[in-house]
Design a protein around this ligand. Sequence first.
Ligand code: NI
Length: 227
Amino acid sequence: MLICIDHVLSQAEVAQFRAELDAADWLDGALTAGTLASSVKRNEQIADGSELALRLGQQILRRLAATPLFISAALPRTIHPPKFNRYTGGGAYGAHVDSALMALPGTARKMRTDLSATLFLAEPEDYDGGVLEVEGPFGVQEVKLPAGDMVLYPSSSLHRVTPVTRGARVASFFWIESLVADETERTLLFDLDQSVQQITPLLAADDMRLVQLTGVYHNLLRRWGRP
Ligand code: NI
């Protein structure tokens, strides 16, 4: 499932990010792609581990920790430090599936990528192309969101970024290892949680139907979650 989360960053935060990123040094993105991916990847990135990437990345992670829709959808165990990329002048990223396992910077361990995230940092009207196309069970879904909004999609899906023919597409992207690895189970939990959230204001806090539904959620999470 593809989940869009509005206003992860405010307009003021987007402006701050852009001022810092636009003034920064960018590297050829092909340097950081795997062997297969490097042949289809044409964009630029901020150096991983640079002071700027770490600081802005931390800022994003703090906002995500305070975003209930993200927690409900991703049930995150580990989040890869956010990266930053820019597509200009025909830059694109051809169809690919993200690597299943990624090294966690600063640690000896690897994380499994269950969900991929793109946080848009340019307004859609400021560039042509640059659409994120994600293949799903019902065909290709096209994503191009307002600056500050984020999309979550399964890392297992085939996806691409179409050529940017005008302007610049600036974004942050990263991966999430979920407490619930299975996409179907995670989606069921998300749907149940969202329904419970929606009916909660309609019922008394001690309404037994609500207590029971909440219990079902936690007992399914107990079954499917792997802390
Ligand atoms: Ni990708």
